[in-house]
Design a protein around this ligand. Structure first.
Ligand code: ADP
Length: 257
């Protein structure tokens, strides 16, 4: 069966997916670092080995993300917004019309056509607050990996209030809260709520009619998804493997003529 690859060279993570018969059969993300070409090739080999296939069996490759032009590998280059639209559309069985991508360095609100194409988008103001990087910095201060943020805050009812909308000031608020003895789960829940407020303001309030889907690496944090649901007063759908939607959409775009 034909195997295709989608490589998403993001600002924070390099993602590679292998796709066969429309299914994401392998996926992996590693931190973005110098030598992206080598990292991507190593991921491709790793994925093929895991599937018992050889890299020569990968019929075609699509590259996307901010570093998409950095690879010399032959293949299709697609912009990340179109790849995200198609990936979210297909992974939601054609239901997604609005997707919020919460990535490492920005947040994007994307509207998708009934055919899975990009209609339009809005992006946050390039401030780190509200992005995956912000949570990672907070995690370092709190000595807690971001993957623990969701489980730790499941039962928090009295979150700390984080008022700063700037990442730098928010970090000093975290330090002050810690110094005052505030439990870390209350601080983390405060962060979720502060970021959810920022993302909701990007969405322009609560008037969106369509169902909303979340993707991007930071959408893997169920605590953030819960806070955003509360802020927007509606249920949200988190796409399966949310960090890989863009790479998957890139791979599936290879089927388009
Ligand atoms: P980009 O495309 O900008 O590189 P991604 O969509 O790959 O960004 O998202 C990267 C972010 O996802 C990182 O900041 C990382 O902290 C976050 N992330 C990845 N996995 C998880 C997880 N399980 N829980 C919380 N955040 C996560």
């Amino acid at each position: 069966m034909t195997l295709t690859a989608g490589i998403d060279l993001g600002s924070t993570a390099i993602k590679l997916v292998l796709v066969e018969r429309g299914e994401m059969v392998w996926h992996r993300a590693v931190p973005t670092a110098p030598g992206q070409e080598k990292i991507a090739e190593a991921l491709l080999r790793e994925g093929c080995t895991a599937l018992g296939r050889s890299p020569e069996e990968v019929a075609s490759t699509a590259m996307t993300g901010y570093g998409k032009g950095l690879l010399s590998r032959p293949g299709k280059v697609i912009d990340e917004l179109s790849a995200n639209s198609l990936g979210a559309f297909l992974l939601s069985q054609g239901r997604a019309r609005t997707v919020i991508n919460i990535g490492g360095q920005d947040v994007k609100l994307i509207r998708i056509s009934g055919q899975g194409g990009l209609l339009d988008f809005k992006m946050n103001d390039k401030c780190a607050a509200g992005t995956g990087r912000f949570f990672e910095a907070a995690g370092r201060i709190l000595d807690t990996p971001v993957a623990c943020f969701g489980p730790l805050t499941e039962t928090v009812t009295d979150p700390a209030r984080i008022n700063s909308t700037c990442a730098v000031f928010a970090e000093s608020e975290i330090v002050s809260l810690m110094a005052a003895g505030t439990p870390r789960e209350r601080i983390i829940q405060g962060l979720h709520e502060s970021v959810a407020r920022r993302i909701a303001s990007l969405c322009g309030g609560r008037e969106m009619e369509e169902e909303i889907y979340l993707d991007g690496g930071a959408a893997s944090n169920p605590g953030l998804a819960r806070s955003l649901e509360d802020e927007l007063c509606r249920n949200l759908h988190v796409l399966a493997h949310p960090q890989f939607t863009v790479a998957y959409g890139a791979a599936r775009s290879l089927e388009e003529v």
